[in-house]
Write a protein that binds this ligand. Structure first.
Ligand SMILES: *Cc1c(COP(=O)(O)O)cnc(C)c1O
Length: 374
């Protein structure tokens, strides 16, 4: 059976040596030695400052919103976000009492279209939450201009953007903050986990209190906090995975270009921002219709291969309380036609070739289609 992703498991002895350290220190959580070590190694690897580790990517988003005083008490705040994403982008807003308002995506890059963001801004908008979907960089400069013009914050859902550079600088350094997920199925993981990268050190320091019940260094309570600290076992896993990350990315790169070579002319691809580096975290293909997606998925599944319909349905079609129901046509069209193929460390080029043959025969049509959105 070939899943869409398989979590990376580092060398057992290496992990054991970190666990030995935990047994020696007898500190299991509360900003222990391994959490501190992972924080500084990640800042160095990613080329960012003011990184705060937390216990998952969803709470990374929620703590980031809270740090800027959004939602919670004032249930009238709105945030503009994309409907073409994982549910956590929007549900995390609603949990903080911020109403998600969906505006449409660009039909080629599948990221929020800055022009649509601009049109969606009202006097209740306090925040924009763009997603670097599948690791593709949003139009960060345009979005920053809009944010400045309207006096709103920008918090990126950067769950897919680990290690991506934009113009030679970390993509995670854009916006007021970026939230990353280190879930087991992500490119880099700590089993469950996440991080927030802040632009300003004061925001980082305030958030570090929020994640520990709102307690200051002197154990005073001055703000409303929550508990979402990363623990030492999560950090141990992260340190092991980080040591292997360049190798993990190199293997994924090989898979990525193999798919691309064999499937070119057969399917459409996401158009990547030409200012970014690729982290090879996903391999989405665009088919000509939803029925093609279903046909290809069923053919793969009957061979024990499990692609996923990330991200279907488009979130603007959900009828959850407090979700707006504006109609995002491009997102609906893209989400009906995208299928993510398996890509992970341990998938062989031969397996990629068999996946591609199954796709081609399931398509049962001639290869020629126009790029990028046929
Ligand atoms: C995975 C993911 C999240 C949530 O991260 P968790 O660590 O699983 O809580 C949020 N947004 C996007 C786009 C994701 O893919």
């Amino acid at each position: 059976m070939i899943p869409v992703v398989r979590p990376y498991l580092p060398d057992r002895r290496k992990l054991d040596s970190y666990i030995d350290k935990i047994y020696q220190s007898k500190q299991l959580t509360n900003n222990g030695g391994l959490v501190k070590e992972l924080t500084s190694r990640l800042e160095e690897y990613l080329g960012v400052k003011h990184l705060l580790l937390v216990n998952n990517g969803t709470l990374a988003l929620q703590v980031a919103y809270t740090t800027f005083g959004l939602g919670v008490e004032k249930c009238i705040d709105e945030a503009i976000t994309t409907p073409f994403t994982f549910i956590a982008t929007a549900s995390s807003l609603k949990w903080q009492g911020i109403n998600p308002v969906f505006t449409d995506i660009n039909r080629d890059t599948w990221c929020l279209d800055p022009e649509c963001v601009k049109k969606g801004i009202t006097d209740r908008t306090r925040l924009v939450v763009p997603v670097h979907v599948f690791g593709n960089g949003c139009e960060v400069e345009e979005l920053e201009k809009i944010a400045q013009q309207y006096g709103v914050k920008v918090i990126y859902d950067a769950a897919h953007a680990f290690g991506v550079k934009y113009n030679d600088k970390s993509l995670l350094a854009y916006g007021d903050a970026s939230a990353v997920s280190f879930h087991a199925t992500k490119l880099f993981h700590t089993i469950e986990g996440g991080a927030i990268i802040f632009k300003n050190p004061e925001d980082h320091d305030y958030a570090s209190e929020i994640i520990n019940f709102g307690m200051t260094k002197d154990s005073n309570i001055e703000s409303l906090g929550i508990n979402c600290k990363m623990n030492e076992f999560q950090a141990a896993m992260g340190l092991c995975v980080l040591e292997d990350i360049d190798n993990i990315i190199a293997i994924r790169e090989e898979i990525f270009y193999r798919y691309k070579k064999v499937l070119t002319d057969w399917v459409g691809f996401q158009v990547l921002n030409d200012k970014i580096t690729i982290n090879y975290s996903y391999f989405p293909i665009l088919l000509s219709s939803e029925s093609e997606v279903v046909r290809v998925r069923d053919a793969l599944e009957s061979n024990g291969i499990f692609p996923r319909r990330y991200f279907h349905p488009s979130l603007d079609t959900l009828n959850l309380p407090g979700f707006d129901n504006s109609h995002c046509d491009v997102s609906r069209m893209v989400s009906r036609r995208v299928l993510c193929l398996p890509i992970f460390f341990g998938l062989s080029v031969n397996q990629v070739d068999s996946i591609c043959s199954i796709i081609k025969s399931a398509l049962s049509r001639t290869p020629v289609i126009d790029q990028p959105c046929f």
